[in-house]
Design a protein around this ligand. Structure first.
Ligand SMILES: Cc1cc2nc3c(=O)[nH]c(=O)nc-3n(C[C@H](O)[C@H](O)[C@H](O)COP(=O)(O)OP(=O)(O)OC[C@H]3O[C@@H](n4cnc5c(N)ncnc54)[C@H](O)[C@@H]3O)c2cc1C
Length: 482
């Protein structure tokens, strides 16, 4: 089996028994808890998209290991077209679920691991690429959902990993055994790890000599002994648990972007699943290569899909109160399009200017500067987009009563009178709830921090931009002496 159906994925999830804690209780079955269920349903939709023949070019790739068709979320990009389709996949999945493609981080992580294990084996004579290819072939053959764990808890940001009072704030090596390694520590903000078959774990940043025990990359199976997932919990989670009928929520089926804190308590990882262990020199490269891929996709395509949904909802809100032709409303809608399409253009440029890295590896990664531009632009642009959604949506976006109140025999008629406009109250309130989910929820900070806080992209601009060349150009035109 190279492509799993959505139903087969859901069947897998029924069998999984991860140690998951969510909002004050242990979750026995991911599909029975309304919060964890939304994450699993979103992932199932990613499988469903790949089943649909009209999405084949975007969602299905050819394995470079076996020549078989595989889900693009498990593909190692081998050319520019792969990169372009990868960012198109991020766009399509976001438009379809309005939340994470929970296989996205894992996909970008495995591209980085493919490139870096090839390089390590070439330089050091290690066996990491063989390990990785074997694991990848298994993941592809079984169409596994793989999440990506990069962000360590990090503790005091001024201190190096080994200087932290609490060593578990970084995932680290506890013991090397003949058959594998034992790891412990904490990764935070892990998108969809609870409902993934596997998590690909990378170092959280560049490391120096002496920090070998933090230099780790490996694949861990969901429900591995010693692994605990503590889910995020917020007002939206509580609302989902309390409402009973998800239809009245802003994103009924797929909910918010669900993450968890992953706690590794002496988890055993067999050597076949270890892709870096102690080689500090290669950690920075592994993380940078991941970021290259992820900023193109997360910044320049995923959030553009979200923006498409927000723009659609905002236009409906304008129509429902009869202001869709008013000039300042149209101008604001155009601004929303400008912010999102500029980011998408950066993602396409990042793919088109992608290159093989390292040379000879066969792995293609997007252009760094354009990928960072995509992410930084949308990090700022998204606030503008949700600001305009809040503006055009009106106060109702945050002051609306519960959708269900419309059915109440006593207050329902009053509400229908109060909120009926150019469209009936139920349509207006439905769209207001949708916009509430985007503009008054978790998506602002989520977009800001996902794929790295914007300061990291600014830093990359300073590294990647040839400022001297620009000064020289200006001087030349001014006929100034160099
Ligand atoms: C919705 C969502 C989904 C995510 N999914 C994943 C996932 O699937 N996998 C994964 O690995 N990660 C994931 N992340 C984590 C994401 O990559 C991080 O949130 C991001 O890298 C920022 O790290 P942080 O949250 O620890 O922020 P912090 O490090 O706490 O940053 C807070 C502020 O401090 C600044 N700062 C931090 N350290 C320094 C320093 N040393 N010097 C100067 N300034 C500093 C930052 O620039 C920022 O302004 C996700 C995050 C979100 C919000």
């Amino acid at each position: 089996m190279a492509l799993k159906t959505a139903q087969q994925y859901l069947d897998d999830m029924e069998k999984l028994v991860p140690r998951v804690y969510c909002g004050g209780k242990w979750v026995k079955n991911l599909l029975e808890n309304p919060v964890t269920r939304s994450m699993v349903m979103a992932n199932s939709m990613i499988y469903a998209l790949a089943e649909d023949p009209k999405n084949k070019e975007v969602m299905v790739a050819t394995s470079h290991l076996t020549g078989e068709p595989i889900n693009r979320n498990l593909n190692v990009a081998r050319n520019i077209h792969d990169l372009d389709m990868r960012q198109e996949m991020a766009l399509l999945t976001s438009q379809s679920v309005g939340t994470c493609n929970y296989r996205c981080v894992g996909c970008d992580a495995l591209n980085s691991v493919a490139a870096t294990t090839w390089e390590m084996d070439r330089d050091l004579g290690t066996q990491y690429e063989a390990n990785f290819n074997k694991w990848l072939a298994y993941a592809q053959a079984n169409d596994l959902a793989v999440s990506g764990a990069i962000t360590d808890a990090k503790g005091d940001r001024r201190k190096r990993p080994s200087q932290q009072e609490e060593v578990d704030t970084f995932v680290h090596l506890v013991e090397k055994r003949p058959d594998g390694i034992v790891v412990r520590g904490i990764k935070v903000s892990q998108s969809g790890a609870i409902g993934s078959h596997e998590t690909l774990v990378l170092p959280g940043g560049a490391l120096r000599e002496g920090e070998e025990k933090f230099a780790l990359a490996f694949a861990v199976q969901n429900s591995a002994p010693g692994l605990t997932y503590i889910c995020q919990y917020n007002a939206y989670s509580a609302e989902r648990e309390a409402c009973g009928d998800v239809c009245e929520l802003g994103n009924p089926l797929y909910g918010q972007r669900e993450t968890s804190t992953m706690v590794f308590d002496n988890v055993f990882i067999p050597w076949e699943r270890v892709f870096l262990c102690g080689e500090t020199k290669y950690c920075g490269r592994m993380v940078t290569r991941f970021a290259k891929a992820h900023r193109m996709n997360c910044g320049g395509a995923c959030k553009v899909g979200f923006a498409d949904l927000i723009i659609g909802g905002t236009m409906l809100a304008a129509e429902y109160i009869g202001v869709e032709k008013v000039p300042h409303i149209q101008e604001k809608i155009i601004d929303m399009v400008r912010f999102s399409e500029t980011s998408h253009a950066c993602a396409i440029a990042a793919a088109m200017r992608g290159r093989e890295e390292p040379k000879g590896s066969g792995v293609y990664l997007p252009d760094d500067l354009f990928g960072n531009a995509a992410k930084l632009n949308i990090a700022h642009g998204f606030w503008e987009i949700i600001k305009n959604a809040g503006d055009i949506g009106g106060g109702l976006v945050v002051t609306m009563p519960r959708m269900k109140d419309l059915d109440d025999p006593e207050v329902g008629p009053m509400l229908k009178k109060a909120f009926g406009a150019a469209a009936p109250a139920d349509k207006r309130m439905k769209v207001a709830k949708f916009l509430q989910h985007w503009s008054a929820g978790l998506h602002g900070p989520g977009t800001w921090h996902g794929a790295g806080a914007p300061q990291t992209q600014r830093f990359m601009f300073t590294v990647l931009t040839d400022f001297d060349a620009k000064k020289k150009m200006a001087k030349k035109l001014m006929q100034m002496e160099d």
